[in-house]
Design a protein around this ligand. Structure first.
Ligand SMILES: *Cc1c(COP(=O)(O)O)cnc(C)c1O
Length: 365
């Protein structure tokens, strides 16, 4: 059996006619940038998240950059985030001219360790970016409480967590969150796309201007902005796909339960906090002998991933932070042991069974 790590083709088949119709409308109307499809998606996605505004941009990285910029983050500032995240979270901080400060992660949830958050705050700290890693919300009440005490902005990196809930409310939990619609994400476009979702009217207005060269009225530029607009084609694709997001989340959660049942006594399985509903963008297990396990699975036709093999402070690009090996021990240990198994809404019980059997034969209970 051949089991890919992600399978975008099986998701496309049942919706291909709808996608083609929507794409053709973009062509017929020549609404290639922003336009009515993007506008409709912005309204529907804000409503889906239970927020007031969504502003469509051209990537999750751009969404994070603009959310920071709209909050006034810039040179001389510091922004705190987790040490184990995708590089884009910290790149966005760097794009504003601010410097990232990292917090180690909690070994169970893989999210920011809130116990260590407050001690990282300095006079330069301007904002906190909790990352809802793998699809599970961080401990938002604690983070928001600390942020309010120190008068800091909170910008959630929701790029892996579309539709996940914290105490019953969909992310973002604070006023602002950033989403990616990279094709492999739980809600994926057919190209690059992203969005800032917010309840704050001032932030919404500023992000909307910044994504479009700092203008509200054509050729009247209030800010030095960016060209970060969402493509009309991506808005069209996302309008079709948003309708299926809840059923796709159920598919992922069912797949996770099947993995859990078979693997719970064999490897470290993902932990779901009592306050969270995990949407399993990634199903990440912990194994001590990872290289050998990867080779065993790969020789059985099973593709896996590592998210992420090198924590931010040990990346060459961030060596200037001067944080040597040993600075964030939990992130470093996890980086050596985590392994992402194939998961997508369409994965079958038979496929999951096959993956679990191959894991168990390699590492008997
Ligand atoms: C995907 C991702 C991003 C960046 O999104 P792009 O659309 O690829 O720019 C940022 N943060 C996290 C945690 C992500 O997974």
């Amino acid at each position: 059996m051949n089991i890919p790590f992600v399978d975008l083709k099986s998701q496309y088949q049942p919706i291909r006619e709808q996608i083609k119709t929507e794409i053709e409308e973009v062509l017929d109307n020549t609404e290639f940038i922003l336009g009515s499809k993007v506008h409709k998606f912005e309204e529907d996605f804000a409503a889906y998240c239970g927020s007031q505004y969504a502003i469509g941009v051209n990537s999750g990285t751009a969404a994070l950059h603009l959310a920071l910029a709209a909050n006034g983050v810039g040179p001389g500032d510091q922004v705190i985030t987790a040490a184990n995240t995708f590089i884009a979270t910290v790149e966005a901080i760097s794009h504003t001219g601010a410097v990232p400060a990292l917090v180690d992660i909690n070994p169970e949830s893989y999210n920011m360790d809130v116990e260590q958050l407050e001690q990282k705050i300095t006079a330069k700290t301007k904002a906190i970016i909790p990352v809802h890693l793998y699809g599970q919300p961080a401990d938002m009440d604690s983070i928001i409480e600390i942020a309010q005490k120190h008068n800091l902005a909170v910008i959630e990196d929701c790029c892996q967590a579309h539709g996940s809930t914290y105490k019953g409310k969909k992310v973002p939990i604070s006023s602002t969150g950033c989403f990616s619609f990279y094709p492999g994400k739980n809600l994926g476009a057919y190209g690059e796309a992203g969005a800032v979702v917010t309840d704050d009217e001032q932030i919404a207005r500023k992000v909307r201007m910044l994504r479009d060269h700092g203008q509200e009225k054509k050729y009247y530029h209030k800010y030095i902005g960016y060209n970060y607009r969402m493509s009309g084609f991506q808005g069209a694709v996302l309008n079709v796909k948003l309708k299926y997001l809840n059923s796709w989340i159920s598919g992922r959660r069912n797949a996770a339960r099947l993995y859990d049942e078979q693997l719970k006594d064999v490897v470290e399985i993902p932990y779901e906090s009592e306050f969270a509903e995990h949407v399993y963008h990634l199903y990440v297990i912990g194994v001590a002998n990872r290289e050998a396990m990867i080779n065993h699975l790969s020789s059985s036709g099973i593709s896996t991933g590592i998210h992420y093999p090198i924590p931010i402070h040990l990346q060459e690009a961030y060596s200037f932070l001067g944080k040597p090996v040993g600075t964030y021990p939990v992130s470093e240990k996890m980086a050596d042991e985590i392994l992402s198994l194939p998961i997508y809404p369409e994965i079958t019980e038979e496929q999951i069974q096959y993956v679990c059997e191959r894991i168990i034969e390699f590492q008997p209970k």
